[in-house]
Write a protein that binds this ligand. Structure first.
Ligand SMILES: O=C(O)[C@@H](CO)OP(=O)(O)O
Ligand SMILES: [Mg+2]
Length: 432
């Protein structure tokens, strides 16, 4: 009997870090191996993402229950997968796509499909007695990611108290993951003091960063962050640099303008490009995500022309982890980096394809969590398996985040001298 044959697939509803229902799947193998996948969920979701199936008006938890998605795992997916070899990840993921049969996984739901895809990978890895990063990546999986970590969380993760969404830091002066992570923890603790000094309440946004109460401009977040970096004893830009996720699709208006509600100011496309370039001139910013809206290819191209040689420009809502969209961006010279989120596309195989097309174009992949997360640490293994080089997981506070960062620390220990950490050299590939 094949020890990797799938003998049982179980699906259940569990809850994410926002207390919203999500899909969890367990896959069991004949040889005793088993795996689990628990899917995350976004708040500032891109319009071109695969569909997350929720029960809607008829369902419980304000229509957010996932009983339909779970039903699809039990009645459609499980019967088709029983007996298949769990190490045939590609074939299984292809079958999942066929069973769904739609462009955006709207029949079975990307949440049900991804939970199965992840659980199959974990089961095959455990059944083979190798860590998931090695199972997915092979003998040369060794690169520990440069962390991109949120200190202040605004936008859709804090009721739009700021228009800009994530104020993050990257420890560009670090020479190992654990050192870099400690630097960010120091910045987090120091920024807490800075908030107190400025009389700001210490509330927490969705990803564990500080909630920006009473800000009068979006720039105030950058000022506080620079103060936090200095308070921690680091040189802004040299040792710890700033990354922003503008998530501008959230405030892009139908007439093509960008509207910062906090400042009560509307910008044309060109004016908004000027606004971003001005921030990049005056603050130690190394990376900007979704500077322009998900449908504004022309603006994205222009922004790249202006600052794409100096900054990492990441497409999240613009690319949605989709190979054709990434290829379109590469053809048009748009951005130089791709945010990779498994649930934007819906299977492990398609995520690996997206990472591969990102790398082969000379763009940088940034593996990312969602704002609604769980105790699942698959993305850590994905980042190391693919030697991706960067990982974005929200803050250093709250367990649905630390479960990922702590997993990197464990793998760093496990790899020992074999571990490779590119640090800021990763940016050499795209910046001149
Ligand atoms: O926009 C993003 O990059 C993510 C994480 O910050 O947010 P969400 O999961 O809400 O899309
Ligand atoms: Mg984003």
């Amino acid at each position: 009997m094949n020890p990797f044959a799938i003998t049982e697939i179980k699906a259940r509803q569990v809850f994410d870090s926002r207390s919203v229902p999500t899909v969890e799947v367990d896959v069991h193998l004949a040889g005793g191996g088993w795996g689990r996948g628990t899917v995350p969920s976004g708040a500032s979701t891109g319009k071109f993402e695969a569909l997350e199936l929720r029960d809607g008006d008829a369902g419980s938890f304000q229509g957010k229950a996932v009983y339909q998605a779970i039903g699809h795992v039990e009645s459609i997916i499980a019967p088709a997968l029983l007996g298949l070899d769990a190490t045939d990840q590609v074939a299984i993921d292809q079958l999942l796509c066929q069973l769904d049969g739609t462009e955006n996984k709207s029949r079975l739901g990307a949440n049900s499909i991804l939970a199965v895809s992840m659980a199959v990978a974990w089961a095959a890895a455990r059944g083979s007695n190798v860590p998931l990063y090695r199972y997915l990546g092979g003998a040369n999986a060794k690169q520990l990611p440069l962390p991109m970590i949120q200190i202040i969380g605004g936008g859709a993760h804090a009721r739009a108290t700021t228009d800009l969404q994530d104020y993050l830091v990257i420890p560009v002066g670090s020479t190992s993951f654990s050192q870099g992570y400690e630097m960010v923890v120091n910045v987090y603790q120091a920024t807490k003091k800075v908030f107190e000094r400025h009389g700001k309440p210490l509330a927490t946004a969705d990803e564990g960063g500080f909630w920006p109460t009473g800000f009068s401009t979006n720039e105030e977040g950058l000022q506080l962050l620079v103060e936090g970096i200095e308070e921690a004893g680091y040189q802004p830009g040299k040792e710890v640099a700033i990354a922003l996720d503008i998530a501008s699709s959230e405030f892009y208006e139908e007439d093509g303008s960008y509207r910062l509600a906090l400042e009560n100011r509307s910008f044309t496309r060109d004016e908004f490009i000027d606004y971003l370039c001005d921030l990049a001139d005056r603050y130690p910013i190394i990376s900007i995500e979704d500077g322009m809206a998900e449908t504004d290819w022309e603006g994205s191209r222009k922004l790249t022309e202006r600052i794409g040689k100096r900054l990492q420009l990441i497409g999240d809502d613009l690319f949605t982890t989709s190979v054709p969209r990434i290829q379109k961006g590469v053809r048009q010279g748009v951005y130089n980096s791709v945010l990779i989120k498994m649930n934007q596309i819906g299977t492990i195989t398609e995520t690996l394809d997206a990472i591969e097309s990102t790398k082969s174009a000379g763009y940088l992949p940034v593996i990312s969590a969602r704002s609604g997360e769980t105790e699942d640490a698959t993305i850590v293994h994905l980042a190391i398996a693919t030697n991706a080089g960067q990982l974005k997981v929200g803050s250093v506070a709250r367990s649905e985040r630390t479960v990922k960062w702590n997993e990197v620390l464990r793998i760093e220990e496990e790899l020992g001298a074999a571990a490779h950490y590119a640090g800021k050299d990763i940016f050499k590939r795209i910046l001149s």
